[in-house]
Design a protein around this ligand. Structure first.
Ligand code: PEP
Ligand code: MN
Length: 265
């Protein structure tokens, strides 16, 4: 079981250092599921920054269930993330699917995301453990807490101590009204088991935009260090995860609601 103090994961961004930890303000990460074009990513970045987000999260390489679904714009989307970073000073988070892309992704990402589907891709975990960029490790959709912590251990054992855990919902038995079951019970449990900072992703966790804000509030009440919220300028037209994406207006409103109940945002 956990021994010692909470880890602080401090990430340099163009606008200054941002620290993920139990003892620091809540860190808000927001952005679209996929980077679709320059205008939408820069606009979204400006809107979420104005609302108080510290990181822009957008996918260039997307792990889609179907090979026929939009796969992300890949390398060209990395350039668009760099443009959004330059325009706003936000830190960038984007998913690494293939170790081959590590170098070019690392040129723009301030934090490297390992997605749910790759949580136990041990060779990929070893690769990100052997480099310096902080890693956001999402929980596999059917992973036990022990499996998730052992996946984190692969990164830590490689020498990279900057790991943030992200709960994004697990497979439940009822997908009629929700996409996944957001497991907020991990917050107190991980607190006792690990020193690593904890992010909650209610967007993938519940999968329906109108249900995201109450789960974001609940995550804060249960002790989250950070939240990841999907935001899209026009969710109805999104190339991926539109149904769970908040409009910038709704996100702005949520940020005001959060500042009332939580740790300072
Ligand atoms: C994502 O963050 O857009 C994503 C694909 O998430 P997950 O790996 O949790 O499904
Ligand atoms: Mn998504």
């Amino acid at each position: 079981y956990r021994q010692g103090e909470a880890s602080e994961v401090t990430v340099p961004t163009p606008a200054g250092d941002v620290t993920f930890s139990e003892h620091h303000p809540l860190v808000i990460v927001a952005g679209p599921c996929s980077v679709e074009n320059e205008e939408m990513i820069v606009e979204t970045a400006k809107r979420v920054k104005a609302a108080g987000a510290k990181f822009l999260r957008g996918g260039a390489f997307k792990p889609r269930t179907s090979p026929y679904a939009f796969q992300g714009h890949g390398e060209s989307a990395l350039g668009l993330l760099a443009a959004a970073r330059d325009a706003t000073g936000l830190g960038i988070i984007t998913e690494l699917m293939d170790a081959e892309d590590l170098e070019k992704l690392g040129e723009v990402a301030d934090i490297i995301q390992i997605g749910a589907r790759n949580m136990q891709n041990f060779s990929l975990l070893k690769k990100v453990g052997a480099q310096d960029k902080p890693v956001l490790l999402k929980r596999g959709m059917s992973a036990t807490i022990e499996e998730w912590l052992m996946a984190a251990e692969y990164i830590l054992a490689g020498g990279n101590q900057n790991v943030i855990l992200c709960e994004r919902g697990v497979r439940g038995f009822d997908r009629q009204y929700t996409r996944n079951t957001l497991d907020l019970s991990v917050l107190p449990v991980l607190r006792s088991l690990t020193h690593l900072p904890i992010m909650i992703d209610p967007s993938h966790g519940i999968g329906v935009a109108e249900y995201v804000p109450p789960m974001a509030m609940a995550a804060i009440a249960a002790g989250a260090d950070s939240l990841m919220i999907e935001v899209h300028p026009n969710p109805a037209k999104a190339l991926s995860d539109g149904p769970q994406s908040l409009t910038p207006e709704r996100f702005d409103h949520l940020m005001q609601e959060l500042s009332v109940i939580g740790k300072a945002v």
